[in-house]
Each structure stands twice: as structure tokens, then as C-alpha cells.
Design a binder for this molecule. Structure first.
Ligand SMILES: NC(=O)c1ccc[n+]([C@@H]2O[C@H](COP(=O)([O-])OP(=O)(O)OC[C@H]3O[C@@H](n4cnc5c(N)ncnc54)[C@H](OP(=O)(O)O)[C@@H]3O)[C@@H](O)[C@H]2O)c1
Length: 241
């Protein structure tokens, strides 16, 4: 489970450990990892510091997962960052930062960990409900759309090994960050309000609703591969417009 310290990632770890699964989860810093470990409060959850933008760290993660778990049944690739920047504001550095975390990190995590997976396993990427767009999220939307594209290619490549690959596409989900880097409390409140107004169900989703969808794709959806499942209260479906 990459990006498991807060928000949806932590809720997925919780849902897995509640069902008795042993889970390695990652984040970039020891403090947040320790906080998550304390909140999860189970010996089944193992924090590992690993930055998804660093392929050496991904290789070290693979070794630690192999040592600790032996193999991987389900791989959740959930880390992500979004930054609101208009066309004029995007810089080469911010573009690379967003693609490094969301896209490159996601791909090379799977390249490193897929060899540890056996037949019947599955991979779930967290993308974004991209059927309706947001001004200011060009790099982020493109980075996640790339993940959607390669998740389908990987579904085909891993088909012969009996490994399913799917994505879940959240809309507005009530996480501490709402998925956006360095959001102030005020901006977060504004974003929540916007989310309530633009989501057909009239509210943001909960992390538990996302975790339920993630576990469905990973565990129960045994006849489903190569799909992207929206978990967005109808946001991307054009309902009521
Ligand atoms: N919240 C929403 O409304 C929303 C909507 C659509 C899509 N999403 C996507 O859903 C996923 C989860 O979002 P969220 O809102 O629950 O939380 P988030 O604030 O977006 O963070 C997700 C996780 O990613 C980890 N992370 C970030 N950069 C990383 C890196 N370089 N290496 C390893 N881990 C890294 C964070 O851990 P540390 O900070 O501890 O490193 C955190 O555990 C993300 O991919 C996000 O883009 C969110």
C-alpha cells in the first residue's frame, strides 16, 4: 500500500487489517508513518518510509516487502499530489514533481512489486474522476490520466499471470488534504463547499466509501480487469445537468 499514512490510503490499510491482512504501507516521513501506525493500532500494519519518486527507495521497499511478507496478494498504488496552478503558473519543476509522484512513481512501484505477486493477485491504482475537469489542475489531471492509460496496458500484460489491474477514480473525498498540497484550512473549507455544490449526491465521499470500493476491486471483483471505477457521488457522470 503506497501512500498509506493519511486519508483514503490509511482507510484502506484499516479495512485490510480489520479483515486480518498483513499490510506494508508507505509514506515519505517517519513522523506521519508513526502517527498512522499509532492510529491503526494493530501489529498487522507495517510502516515503511519510501518516497515513490525515488527508484532506489522503491527497490528497498520491494526488499522489505519480500522480507516481511514473502509475497504480495494485493497492491494499492495510492500516493498522489495535486497543486492548483494555471497555465501561466505551471513550471517545469512543478510539472516534473507532479508527474514524478503520480505517474512515474506509480509505474515503477508496480514494476518493482509485481514480481512478488502470485496468480489471483490484483493491483488497484488511485486516479481521479477526470470526466469533468477543473481549471488549474492540468498537470495533475494529465498525470493521473496517464496512470489510467497504463493501468489498462498493464492489465493486458499481467493477464497471462492471472493478476488483475484496475483503478478507482475518486471525486471529492473528505480527506485531511482533499488531495491538494498545502491547502490552508480556509481553502479546504472552500473546496469542501465547492465539492458539495458540484457533486450530484450533494456531499463529499468518505474515506471508508473509497476503501470499500478499493477492497471490492482488489478482492471481490474476480471477473473485472482493466477498468476505472468512479467513486464520485455521480460527479463525473453528468447527472442532473
Ligand atoms: N481527496 C480527494 O478528494 C481526491 C480526489 C481524487 C483523487 N485523489 C487521489 O487519491 C489519493 C489519496 O488522496 P488523499 O486525499 O487520501 O491523500 P493525499 O494527501 O493526497 O496523500 C496521499 C498519500 O500519498 C502519500 N505520498 C505523497 N507523496 C508521496 C511520495 N512521493 N511517496 C510516497 N508517498 C507519498 C502521502 O504520504 P506522506 O504525506 O506521509 O508522505 C499520503 O499518505 C491520491 O493519489 C490523490 O491524488 C484524492
Amino acid at each position: 500500500m503506497t501512500g498509506g499514512t493519511i486519508g483514503m490510503g490509511r482507510a484502506i490499510v484499516q479495512a485490510l487489517t480489520d479483515r486480518g491482512a498483513e499490510v506494508v504501507f508507505t509514506g515519505r516521513g517517519d513522523a506521519r508513518l508513526a502517527e498512522a501506525r499509532a492510529a491503526l493500532d494493530t501489529p498487522l500494519a507495517h510502516p515503511v518510509r519510501s518516497d515513490a519518486t525515488d527508484t532506489t527507495a522503491i527497490a528497498a521497499l520491494r526488499d522489505q516487502v519480500a522480507d516481511r511478507l514473502g509475497g504480495v496478494d494485493y497492491l494499492f498504488v495510492n500516493q498522489g499530489i495535486a497543486e492548483f496552478q494555471t497555465l501561466e503558473e505551471v513550471t517545469e519543476e512543478s510539472w516534473d514533481r507532479i508527474f514524478d509522484v503520480n505517474t512515474k512513481g506509480a509505474f515503477f512501484t508496480v514494476q518493482a512489486l509485481a514480481p512478488l505477486m502470485a496468480e489471483g493477485g490484483s493491483i488497484v491504482f488511485t486516479t481521479v474522476s477526470n470526466d469533468r475537469i477543473f481549471p488549474g489542475l492540468s498537470a495533475y489531471s494529465a498525470a493521473k490520466e496517464a496512470v489510467t492509460a497504463f493501468s489498462k496496458v498493464l492489465a493486458a500484460e499481467l493477464l497471462p499471470r492471472g493478476i488483475r489491474v484496475n483503478a478507482l477514480a475518486p471525486g471529492f473525498i473528505l480527506t485531511p488534504t482533499m488531495g491538494v498540497a498545502e491547502l490552508s484550512e480556509e481553502q479546504r473549507a472552500e473546496f469542501v463547499e465547492q465539492g458539495n455544490a458540484s457533486t450530484p449526491m450533494g456531499r463529499g465521499g468518505t474515506v471508508d466509501e473509497v476503501a470499500a470500493a478499493a477492497l471490492y476491486l482488489a478482492v471481490d471483483a474476480t471477473f473485472t480487469t482493466g477498468v476505472e471505477l468512479p467513486v464520485d457521488g455521480g460527479f463525473g457522470q453528468g447527472l442532473g445537468e
